[in-house]
Write a protein that binds this ligand. Sequence first.
Ligand SMILES: [Zn+2]
Length: 701
Amino acid sequence: MPLLTGFPDFSLHALVIVLVALLIVTPGCLERTSSITPSSPAATAETAPVRAEYSPGEIPALGAAAETRANASLNAIAALPPGERTFDATIVAFDTAMTDYTDAIFPMTLMGYVYPDHQVADEGMALEASSAVFLNDVYTRRGLYDALKGQVPRTPAESRFYNLTIRKFEKNGLNLPDDRLEKVRQMNDRLSGLTSRYSANLNNDNTTVTFSEADLAGVPESSLATFEKIPGGYRVTMKNPDYVAVMKYASSSATRKAMYLAYFNRQADENTALLEEAIAIRRNLSAELGYATWADYRIDGRMAGNATNVMAFLDAIKEPLQEKTRAENAELLLLKQELDPTATTLDPWDISYLQNIRMIRTYSYDENEVKEYFPVDTTLQGIFQIYGELFGIRITEVTGADVWSPDVSLYRVTNESDGATIGYLYLDLYPREGKYGHFATFPVINGRMKDGAWSVPVTAIVGNFPAPTDNRPGLLTPGDIETLFHESGHAMHNLLTTVPYGTVSGFNAEWDFVETPSQTLQEWTYDPDVLTSLSGHYANTSQKIPPSLRDRVIAARDVGSGYYYSTQLAKTLEDMEFHMADSTPDTQAVYARLYNEMTGLSLPEEIHQPASFSHLMGEYDAGYYGYLWSKVYALEIADTFTRDGMTNRTTGMRFRQEILAQGNIRDGGVLMENFLGREPGTGAFYRRLGIEGVAGAGNTS
Ligand SMILES: [Zn+2]
């Protein structure tokens, strides 16, 4: 089942991607959505919206009960006599049954990623795997499909909702004869098992590398303080803060290489095999379903429409990015030779380190100095204030509620106008043993109308930001702040929905549109007034970041952006190639070739990047392009705010109502036109990639 995730490989701070969303199958959608804010059952104080404590054995039992209830509802729909098959009794009832089911299990599948007790966490992951099989089965039930098919929508929105629902069944083989339908179902089940195991392997991965103190020369004390101390040195995990600290600061090339190899060899053997088997099944499955490739199958029904359109979009930026990266690399090589006159080439594990030195020299600041102004809590409150101003909401902490770990917090989102509770947000921000290792936003409860009342959405941001130490709070770099804006942008998309149907509300949007709100809001990071407002030195939070330092941080935003986007494009092309090939590729060889093509650098043969490229087994297969595709829209929206003001309430409310509220009730292109008042162009996107005006950059409308 789904999950979402994202994570910058390294790259100084260029952007971060991250995300996630999940959902069942793909989106569907419906009805004329009102943009009036739903009212809701008021939250009583200090009550958590979902359960956060489980004993071993409970999750399997609760999961089975949810499945039994769903089956009863679905069977009742299928059993309706033709005369009673109204739109509400079929299509709407189906949405209700499915959302009742996901509302029951998502709080528990989330526990698979975060729960401190290993047995309960394993049970959460097992429920995610079994629910994927259950959902595969639901969408191959002919009796159910027959009951839903042929209903007459009453509005354009219902029409979209209907078409998306039926399409899910048909994309699962419902228009095939029974024997082939069964074959498709079996392949989907097998695929679900493979993706679950791949994710579980990464969640449970406990790869560490041990280094002596000398090996870690250059790594700041604040990072060393978070590493496990062992006699003579440290044990370093593959969690994001550890990895970034070593890659960016360790002066020893051998140390960085060891870290890089360990990181890109996580679960190398087993996950490579799982991925390659999944690619083979996907290829056979798409053929069975009448598509030329798995990429065409997945992209059918999204904004891009088909793989050809995606490849044309990617091709337009390929050469300009290569050119930009070559120029960056030439500068970095000179720098490397200054440090080591014998050096003749750049290696992948040099990039973060050298970019950081270059940034310090060019812009005269060190990120370790900058992050002292951005303690997690202060920054978070600043982000919440900005969202409050933009969207007319208040985000306040719920104290004393039950949470799954003491470092998790819960927030209530209310409307400023009437105080009504419109959603809940969990924040689980710091690394823990056995916890998901990157950054993702999970749906927990989908917003929708239920029994005539609004059911408020609940979402959870799971991250791995630098943890507090004995004498300092967790401190955020500009890249971390972007990540926080990004993930909380996903959360806003989930929480501010007004779509009444759970399967198409919130971030159940088109998969190549879903990164739009998150990538839009991360743009706030580099606005001078915003950055100042978020800051407050950890030793004295009334002390804001000095304007001259702030301005240098902003000026340095695009340092290394050629390498960053080239790597993004290499990963995007990797995903497309895996899912357009006629036979199962040697996945590592494909990535090594594409990485080399895009960056000019060579990867050692022993690297196994596809084994930990979790997007490929986390719903972003033939979907990673969505980050770049959505970025076009995100930058158009952000440009509007740059013009109107980053905290302009009028524009903010328009963003809320025309885009964030809409889920998948209209297609992404329509949402963009409604917000912009015109079709989106690519000018802002090319400018951000730094390729505007570079030969081959396509038109820059
Ligand atoms: Zn994202």
